[in-house]
Design a binder for this molecule. Structure first.
Ligand code: C2E
Ligand code: MG
Ligand code: MG
Ligand code: MG
Length: 282
């Protein structure tokens, strides 16, 4: 029975029995929170990297860094399960700093191999509010010696509408450092389009919920088409995420959206796997 299977899975082998409707989530997230406090010093986090591809040539031009938590008992935990907890507890700040530094030193390593890939890093709303984010990015760039323009920070609409004055200031300082700014999950947040003209944004990422049904749902096709046109008219880069099929790929190509990311090309990979898949032939 699926409920029992889930309980077993979540507790990492110690099968728990519970009635349907019992609030296990709360208890579960308390446990996860306690473990999260120790995860950084225990070095339980790692970054996976998902290729971003120019679909015209099939060439990889960048990667998105995606955090994974290798929990000692539960195994690999998705960020969807712990990023919210990390934001609520403030742990996202040190975790986010670790992500930035790790991604930059990884970029340095690839750079030394002659691969100047672009690196996209997800920045949580809570993290974007921290003024020392600028210092962290600055020092990570300085320590790794990676060219700033190879770094792109992905922000969500919800992160940038909370305090638009602070957002403008933060973005201005990030642009001064030379890094790029992308809006992740574009079109799914609670923001107006007005910010696109005020904020120094480089890239729109079309959310996978639009891309998923693009060939079967006319509304999603219309939204995707419109986002692409919007980006083109504003002279922004546009990248589609969650591309899984040839049909989706062809739809996007027909709309002149060339940058794509998704399982059709590759799942997120460990650094070593990315290297052996993509760098060995170059
Ligand atoms: P996101 O930034 O929108 O990342 C894209 C998510 O879609 C990733 O999930 C990726 O593995 C998944 N994905 C990529 N291609 C496909 C596809 O073709 N089909 C499907 N179904 N999924 C695809 P992941 O790695 O589980 O990350 C989930 C979310 O967690 C991310 O969404 C991002 O919001 C957050 N996240 C991940 N890493 C970090 C991080 O280092 N810091 C912060 N603050 N958030 C992170
Ligand atoms: Mg992202
Ligand atoms: Mg996204
Ligand atoms: Mg997402």
């Amino acid at each position: 029975d699926t409920a029992m299977y889930k309980a077993k899975e979540l507790s990492g082998g110690n099968c728990q029995f519970y009635e349907q409707g019992m609030d296990v989530r709360t208890l579960d997230s308390v446990r996860l929170e306690n473990d999260l406090y120790k995860a950084l010093e225990n070095q339980e986090f790692l970054l996976f990297y998902q290729p971003q591809v120019d679909a015209r040539t099939n060439r990889i031009f960048g990667v998105e860094a995606l955090i994974r938590w290798n929990h000692p008992v539960r195994g690999m935990i998705s960020p969807l399960e712990f990023i919210t907890i990390a934001e609520e507890t403030g742990l996202i700040v040190p975790i986010g700093e670790w992500v930035i530094r790790t991604a930059c030193s990884q970029l340095r390593e690839w750079h030394n191999l002659g691969c100047s890939l672009k690196m996209s890093i997800n920045i949580a709303a809570q993290q974007f509010k921290q003024k020392n984010l600028i210092c962290i990015v600055h020092s990570a760039l300085a320590e790794s010696g990676v060219p700033a323009e190879l770094l792109e920070l992905e922000l969500t609409e919800n992160a940038i509408i909370q305090n638009t004055d602070l957002t403008l200031k933060m973005m201005g300082q990030l642009k001064k450092l030379g890094v790029k700014i992308a809006i992740d999950d574009f079109g799914t947040g609670y923001s107006s389009l007005g910010y696109l003209k005020n904020f120094p944004i480089d890239t729109l990422k079309i959310d996978q919920t639009f891309v998923r049904d693009v060939t079967v749902d006319p509304n999603n096709a219309a939204i995707t088409d419109t986002i692409i046109t919007l980006a083109q008219n504003l002279k922004l880069d546009v990248i589609a995420e969650g591309v899984e099929t040839e049909e989706q790929l062809n739809f996007l190509l027909s709309k002149e959206c060339y940058y794509m990311q998704g399982y059709h090309f590759s799942r997120p990979l460990a650094a070593e796997d990315l290297k052996s898949h993509y760098f060995s032939e170059q």
